[in-house]
Design a protein around this ligand. Structure first.
Ligand code: XMP
Length: 513
């Protein structure tokens, strides 16, 4: 019995969120490009298909034809937003560009009960999240309306015979009241899925797969000290024990005291064997005068792999390199796999050299961050480590705008350390998803103790997010920001001014580079 939900991506910013919502409900989901062919579809054998939203207009641009393979497969389908419009077009309904766009909150009213709205009532009204300018103005052949909003007569529709359901609003977004219920109705009432995606099952599956892939060979793990690679270390330790060697490379681009903390966490708290390689000089030399963010990422990725290969040779009989790659890295780095633009190459995917000699083991490649954290907790990794804010693979290199020098790294480490310390002191650290400091390559005039100074500017950034795909700025109380700024300018040599970044994502990304 198939128990997988296939999400077909048409470029929506919410595609990954749909996948996560399905998994949170206990059902495994995968995201695939809209170019998926019949063979791939048959191999996946999904219990249901969700068509994502997307930025394009079905009226002005017919670039995505819905494949007959999908619609004739007799697999239940849920079309969301653009997905609904594609289905309408295919089955000869009519979509029109509305003069009145509908973005943000809207009220949806159920006009007809259905399996999709199980445990909800006819005429019930609730808030939903809309993001569209095109809308369905004539239902496709064989479809019935399920509900409306003030701006959209057909905000939900279905064809029970074909098991196709469509929503103009986004059930995956938390602002949609009853969104979780609607997704679960699709999974359990329409697709007849079972709740098999549980932490215990995921751990067992991963361990079985590692044993199968690695067999009696040896693995080295690229350990960064962050949540992802630490969870991979714990999983590999459980699966292959002595055949695992963890290697931690000090790139010189880590946070203050991080090298010491990683050693303590991994060796002492988790009892995993760890080799530390001092490579700061190599990284600083390779990055000399490099200003372009993508070049920095590619150079760091490549240098990492080369160092690991060298270590693997020294250790002898190493066949595999393990990495803490997670699902968003895979989706975001692959322009082939997804329609969305490549915004940044994440070094553990985009920067891999083509002639790499070690084979890859990536046990959490299919997991989202919240799933990795749950697994970590269940494996006994200390909460202080699990709850740490994410830190990018290329480290402080992507938080120093322009070229990188040891002096700039030292300044940024000190600034970051004060910022994080104050957030912890004021009980804000766990309420913020990610806090960071950025070094700006501009100087500003200031005055300290009656003396003119001309020194660097740093930016502080703190965001709240569920999935790191979109984020809003954390509202740190003004008096605390004030204290942080005063401490930084007083205590960090080389900084004259502190600014606070108030850009959400989108349009900004979380990291500056
Ligand atoms: P952006 O800046 O793209 O970041 O909004 C989203 C999340 O990803 C982290 N990030 C990275 N993580 N390697 C990583 O392992 C990378 O190259 C990388 N770049 C960004 C970032 O810190 C945030 O949590």
């Amino acid at each position: 019995m198939p128990n997988l939900i296939l999400i077909i991506d048409f470029g929506s910013q919410y595609t990954q969120l749909i996948a996560r919502r399905v998994r949170e409900s206990g059902v495994y989901s995968v995201v695939r490009s809209n170019k998926i062919n019949k063979k791939e579809l048959l191999e996946l054998n999904p219990a249901g298909i969700i068509l994502s939203g997307g930025p394009d207009s079905i009226i002005s641009d017919k670039k995505y034809q819905l494949s007959k393979n999908i619609l004739d497969s007799n697999i239940p389908i849920l079309g969301i937003c653009y997905g609904m419009q594609l289905i309408t077009d295919f089955f000869k309904g009519k979509v029109q560009t509305s003069r009145k766009k509908e973005f943000g909150h809207s009220v949806f009213k159920i006009s007809k009960t259905s399996k999709l709205f199980y445990r909800l009532k006819k005429d019930q009204e609730f808030n939903v999240w809309m993001s569209h300018s095109d809308k369905v103005i004539r239902l496709p052949i064989g479809f019935k309306s399920l509900g409306c909003s003030s701006n959209t007569k057909f905000a939900a529709m279905y064809n029970s015979e074909k098991k196709i359901y469509c929503l103009q609003f986004h059930p995956e977004v938390t602002h949609t009241v009853n969104g979780k219920k609607i997704i679960e109705n699709f999974l359990f009432r329409i697709c007849n899925c079972k709740k098999t995606w549980t932490t215990k099952n995921i751990i067992n599956d991963i361990i079985t797969n590692i044993k199968k892939q690695v067999s009696d060979k040896r693995v080295i793990l690229a350990l960064s000290g962050g949540v992802d690679s630490t969870v991979v270390a714990a999983l590999l330790n459980k699966a292959i024990d002595r055949k695992l060697t963890c290697i931690f490379i000090n790139t010189g681009l880590m946070r203050k005291n991080e090298v010491k903390e990683v050693k303590e966490n991994i060796s002492k708290k988790l009892g995993i064997k760890l080799i530390t390689i001092e490579a700061s000089t190599i990284f600083f030399n390779k990055l000399k005068n490099i200003k372009d963010p993508e070049s920095k990422r590619k150079i760091i990725g490549k240098t990492f792999i080369r160092i690991f290969e060298k270590e693997a040779k020294k250790l002898k009989n190493i066949d595999f390199l393990a990495q803490g790659t997670i699902y968003p890295d895979v989706i975001e780095s692959s322009s082939k796999d997804s329609k969305s633009d490549v915004i940044k190459s994440h070094h553990n995917v985009g920067g891999l050299p083509k002639d790499m000699k070690l084979k890859l083991v990536e046990p959490i490649r299919l997991l989202f961050k919240d799933e990795v954290r749950k697994i970590g907790k269940s494996l006994g990794i200390p909460a202080s480590l699990i709850e740490r804010h994410p830190f990018p693979g290329p480290g402080l290199a992507v938080r120093i705008i322009g070229d990188i020098t040891e002096v700039k790294v030292r300044i940024l480490q000190d600034v970051d350390s004060i910022f994080i310390e104050e957030l912890k002191t004021h009980n804000l650290y766990n309420k913020i998803s990610q806090a960071l400091a950025v070094f700006l390559p501009i100087k500003s005039v200031g005055v300290m103790g009656d003396q003119r100074q001309y020194n660097y500017v740093v930016a502080l950034r703190a965001v709240k997010t569920i999935d790191f795909m979109t984020a809003t700025v954390s509202e740190i109380p003004y008096n605390i920001l004030n204290k942080i700024s005063t401490r930084i300018v007083n205590e960090v040599d080389g900084v004259a001014r502190v600014v606070y970044d108030i850009t959400s994502k989108p349009p900004g990304t979380i990291e500056w580079e």
